[in-house]
Design a protein around this ligand. Structure first.
Ligand code: FES
Length: 188
């Protein structure tokens, strides 16, 4: 019998020579490999999305806060402080802060709302009935109730006025915090 040359491939007895086409066993093996890959992709994409999404930028949240159920509950000519808890989500960290606004109305229809932090260094100010003004005890800052303007002390700008809306008798305020200690109003 002739010996095969180095370039000839030995074929086991009974098997057809390799012609480059996919046989049944090879075809099934390739199909199962591809489908396993697709399954991994299908499972992996949502899993990856769930893993990554908290770090992606979030769309702006609605900062409107209901501060009074009924306008009739707010005294005319007398400022009232309303406290509320604000929840912020940053990636996986949820923070809750106690915030406040001062509401004031002269006629029960138009409302003023001020961020309850003093614009100097952020202390809470109070309503001084004798002086008929807002008074900050930290450095004796003083503000006009009707306008929020600085009347005395070191605050570099008026109180931070907030947008107010009355919806079906309830009062809503668009809450914002601003950088403290500077003359410009810059959202923080
Ligand atoms: S923090 Fe209010 S006057 Fe300084």
């Amino acid at each position: 019998m002739d010996e095969p040359t180095p370039t000839q491939k030995l074929q086991p007895e009974g098997e057809a020579p390799d012609t480059g086409t996919i046989d049944r066993r090879g075809f099934l093996h390739k199909v199962s490999t591809v489908s396993a890959g697709l399954t991994a992709l299908a499972v992996g994409v949502p899993a990856a999305g769930a893993f990554v999404s908290p770090a992606l930028p979030k769309k702006a949240t609605d900062d409107w806060i209901k501060v009074a159920d009924d306008v009739a509950l707010i005294d005319v000519g007398e400022p009232v402080r309303v406290n509320f808890v604000k929840t912020d989500q940053d990636a996986w960290i949820e923070t809750r802060t106690l915030n406040g606004v001062w509401l004031f109305t002269e006629d029960g229809e138009k409302f003023k709302a001020y961020n309850a932090k003093c614009t100097h260094l952020g202390c809470s100010y109070v309503h001084d009935k004798e002086k008929k003004a807002f008074y900050c005890p930290c450095h004796r800052g003083q503000f006009d109730i009707k306008t929020g303007k600085v009347m005395d002390g070191p605050p570099p700008r008026p109180l931070d006025e907030l947008e107010v809306e009355v919806r079906e008798s309830a009062v809503y305020v668009r809450y914002r915090d601003f950088r403290l200690g500077i003359a410009e109003r810059v959202v923080s």
